[in-house]
Design a protein. Structure first.
Length: 95
């Protein structure tokens, strides 16, 4: 599986499982994910959750986030949580 922001592949997702309502996996970033590193860290920082997001509003827009399977099928997701240790969590959304 792949994590996409719009049409840009940010990384691969392996070892997918569930922790309802979340899906979880191991995220391996591509070089394109470098531009999102600070955003991902901010997203999972419990102390930052009350602050105004200091990032491009497009990053916060659910409609920009997708997971693509090995057959090329893209499914819409909510903004994912990507942790420094490589864990990724996401929830499906209606497209």
């Amino acid at each position: 599986m792949k994590l996409l922001f719009r049409r840009r592949v940010l990384g691969n997702i392996a070892n997918v499982g569930t922790d309802q309502p979340w899906l979880i996996g191991v995220f391996t970033p591509t070089p394109a994910a470098g531009a999102f590193q600070d955003f991902f860290a901010w997203m999972v920082d419990e102390n930052a959750s009350e602050d105004e997001p200091p990032f491009d509003p497009d990053y916060w827009t659910d409609e920009n986030w997708f997971v693509e399977d090995e057959n090329g099928l893209r499914r819409a997701i909510h903004v994912p949580a990507v942790y420094e240790d490589g864990q990724i969590r996401w929830r499906w959304r209606e497209s």
